[in-house]
Design a protein. Structure first.
Length: 392
């Protein structure tokens, strides 16, 4: 799968590693040849959520009639698919699919990674999730914070399912967005499958900036559809519109500052291993922000660090790779493909869940989080970066 390159000072790498294809602009790491693969289980799985609530999920098909699609101008409206995860009191139901067999096939084929050829085309669609499809949402009116998740380039909204399920189990509504034509497969309710039309533009000089600006329009539109006067989801009355935040991985994380600058409803943001193609302006961003990434470093984070003028942290996760902040590092290990990650079994998802939840609990719920104040012996992989002290 493709991602944004968090090392702009380096020469752009060629098509190498992760789950659904590294395009030249978006490759983040040059992978060493993977070690011998372990035996793959028949059913990959997402670990159980850690919160007290059971989790429901549903999908919305939203259409923005105010603008044409930025990647396919012949499409006069911008269509988006959004997955919602939320707390439910339901005790049973049908487990939600991770991806469809066709989506799995397109994701794996789009990767161009030889090691993934040993995975059956439908392999990712076998992933066992924890959320019940279309379960009744539960909670008091205006009691649930809302978190928007934006995935990496060419990666679908499902790539962040492990994180989304966990946040929902902790009492959040989570909206994962497929930014149409920016990933290898988005399936609409009528059966249409949109593929990566934007991929042909990746060598344009302003491509990363265009993606970020487009997402900074998509996300406020989705917020309008969830919290506006005529919401598109029956559970919308449960959302507290004064407690909204955003997290993204790769270029989805890079879109967080721009979205926050354009929409004051987004009170806090997280960038998980995404290069800041669009610099934060000198006027700065005063709302809470978390940078969380792999050890290799990112010159754009150093450039923009001083422009983050509110509460901020920069966390470096030892052993992490670019896909470690999604489900894919873990799932590929389960399927017998070793990308060289130092985070084994479910550790990548465990760490991401823990620190993301701590950030949102602090800034959307006002709950103190000592985990964010200093290194923890429970998570020795997580290091606190202090650019001013040259500790990164």
């Amino acid at each position: 799968m493709a991602h944004d390159n968090p090392y702009p000072a380096r020469k752009r790498p060629v098509l190498v590693a992760a789950v659904a294809g590294l395009l030249a602009l978006t490759a983040s790491i040059v992978w060493a040849p993977p070690p011998a693969a372990a035996a793959a289980p028949s059913t990959p799985y997402l670990p159980k959520p850690t919160g007290p609530h059971r989790v429901g999920t549903t999908s919305l098909h939203l259409t923005d009639t105010s603008r044409p699609d930025p990647w396919v101008p012949a499409a006069k409206t911008r269509e988006l698919m959004v997955s919602l995860w939320y707390p439910t009191a339901a005790r049973a139901g049908r487990r939600a699919p991770y991806v469809t067999p066709k989506e799995s096939e397109l994701l794996l084929k789009g990767s161009g990674i030889k090691e993934l050829e040993n995975i059956p085309p439908e392999g990712l669609s076998r992933t066992r999730t924890n959320a019940f499809t279309d379960a009744e949402p539960s909670g008091r009116r205006r009691s649930l914070p809302l978190v928007v998740l934006s995935p990496g380039f060419t990666w679908p909204r499902s790539s962040l399912t492990g994180l989304a399920e966990d946040l929902a189990s902790r009492g959040y509504v989570v909206a994962g967005i497929d930014h149409t034509y920016e990933n290898f497969a988005t399936t609409f309710p009528d059966g249409r499958v949109a593929t990566c039309a934007a991929c042909k533009n990746v060598n344009d000089d302003d491509f990363g900036q265009k993606v970020i600006r487009s997402r900074a329009i998509d996300i406020p539109f989705v917020l309008d559809q969830l919290t506006g006067p005529r919401p598109k989801w029956k559970g919308s009355p449960l959302i507290n519109p004064a407690r909204i935040a955003m997290a993204g991985q790769s270029i989805g994380g890079a879109a967080a500052p721009q979205t926050m600058l354009q929409d004051s409803r987004v009170r806090a943001g997280i960038n998980m291993d995404g290069s800041m193609f669009l610099p934060i302006p000198k006027s700065g961003l005063a709302r809470p922000f978390l940078l969380m990434g792999a050890p290799s470093g990112d010159s754009t984070w150093k450039r923009d660090w001083e422009q983050l003028t509110g509460w901020k942290r920069w966390l470096v996760v030892k052993g992490a790779l670019h896909p470690s902040f999604t489900d894919y590092d873990m799932l590929l290990q389960q399927l017998g493909v070793n990308l060289g990650s130092g985070l084994k079994e479910t550790r990548s998802v465990d760490i991401t869940r823990k620190y993301v939840a701590a950030f949102f609990d602090l800034h959307l719920r006002g709950k103190p989080q000592p985990l964010l104040d200093k290194p923890s012996p429970r998570y020795p992989e997580v290091q606190f970066c202090l650019p001013s002290a040259k500790k990164c």
